[in-house]
Design a binder for this molecule. Sequence first.
Ligand code: HEM
Length: 394
Amino acid sequence: MDSDTLLARITDYASRPNPYPLYAELREAGPVVWQAGGNCLIGGYHQIAALLHDPRMSADPRTRGEMTHKPPFLRLDDPEHHRLRTLTMRPFGPPHSPRRVDSMRGEIGRITEELTETFEAGRQIDLVDDFAYPLPVAVICRLLGVPHEDEPLFRAWSDAIVASADVRPDQDTTDTDKAGDQARIEMGGYLVNLAEQRRGKPGDDMLSAFANELDPALRLTQEELAETAVLLLIAGHETTVNLITNGVLTLLRQPEQQDRLRREPELLPRAVEELLRYEPPVHMRERIPHADMEVAGTRIPAGTSVILVFGSGNRDPRRFPDPDRFDPTRADNQHFGFGSGIHVCFGAPLARIEAYTALGALLPRLATAQLVQDPPPYRQNAMLRGPRHLPIQL
Ligand code: HEM
C-alpha cells in the first residue's frame, strides 16, 4: 500500500482499536515518510528522540504560517515557553520535589476508595464513566481550585478543545477549529474569573497561587493565566483517563500478567511505565522546523508539519526488544509516554500517582472480571487515543 496515505489510514477511525500494524508499516517505509498533504511522519525511536531535543524544531503552530492566537506554553518555544513553564510549576513545589503533588496522595486514595466502593461482584460497570474519568477530573479540580460541581460545564468545553487539537489530515476542520476557539475563550474566561475571586483570600490551590503572586516578575498576565489554566484542566481531563483505561484493558486481555501483579504488587510502578510505552495515551505530536534541515539524509523545508508518532517510537524494535510484548518487568524503558525534551510532561508525577493508586485498587476486583466488548468502542481522537467506554462484568 502507498506510504503517502499512512497518516490518513492511521487517523481513520477504523484503525483506532489497533494502529500498531500501521506504525510498523511506517517504520518500514523509512525514517521520513512524506504524506499526500505535504506533511511528513517520523516513526523511528531514535529520530523522534533526536528531534524532540533539537532546538531547530518549533512546537508553535505559527511557525508553519498558521495565523492563530498565542498558544499555551505546550505549543510555545523557548525562551517564552521556559518562562511560563517555570512560573506554572512554582505551585507544584521546587523542581524534583513536587511537594504539592505528593500531598495529593491521600486525597487520590480517598477519591479512589469512594469511586470503587460499589464495585461488587456481579455488577457491570463502565470503567471509563464510573472510574477512569471521574478520578483525574476530581484530582485536577482539587489541585487547580475548580468547583467539582461545574464539571458538566467544562466537560463540553474540554471535548470541543480536544477535538480541535486532533490530527485530521483530510477533513475540513473549519467548524471544529471555530468551536475549539470559542470553547477556549469561554473556559479561559471562566478560570480567570475563578482566580479573581481568590485574590486576597487564597486557598491551597493553583489558581489562588497564580492570583496572589506578589512579585510582578513572576505574575502571569490575564491572557497567560487563561491559557495555562485551560491547558492544565484539559491535560488533567484527557490523558490520565486513557492511561487507566488502557491499563485495565491490557490487564484484562493478559490474565497471566494480571495475576503476576497481584502476587508482586511491587512491580506496579514498572508496569505503569510499561503501559505508557505499550499503550500510551498520547500517540503523536507535531513539530515544525524553523529553518530547512536534514533528517536521515532527507531535506525537510522550514515550516513543514512534522508528525512525531510517539506510539510508533514506543514499539520500535531497534530500541525495545520484543516491542509488541507487554512486559511489566521491562528494564531500560525510556518511552515517549510523557514526551521528552523541553516539553516533557510536568504532570507526570501526578499522573503516575493516580495510575498506581487506581490500578492498585482495581487489581483485586479484576481477578474474576470479564471484558463485555473487545475491542471496546474508542474515542474519535487519534492523537489522544483511548476507549470511550470499557464495559466490564465484575
Ligand atoms: C497519563 C497522563 C498524562 C500523559 C500520558 C501526558 C502526556 C504528555 C506528553 C506526551 C506531553 C508532551 C507533549 C509534547 O511534547 O508536545 C505532555 C506535556 C504536558 N503535560 Fe502531560 N500528560 C499526562 C498528564 C498530565 C497532567 C495530569 C497534567 C497537569 C497537571 C499535565 C500537564 C502537562 C503540561 C502542562 C504539558 C506541557 C509541558 C511543556 O510544554 O513544557 N499532563 N504531557
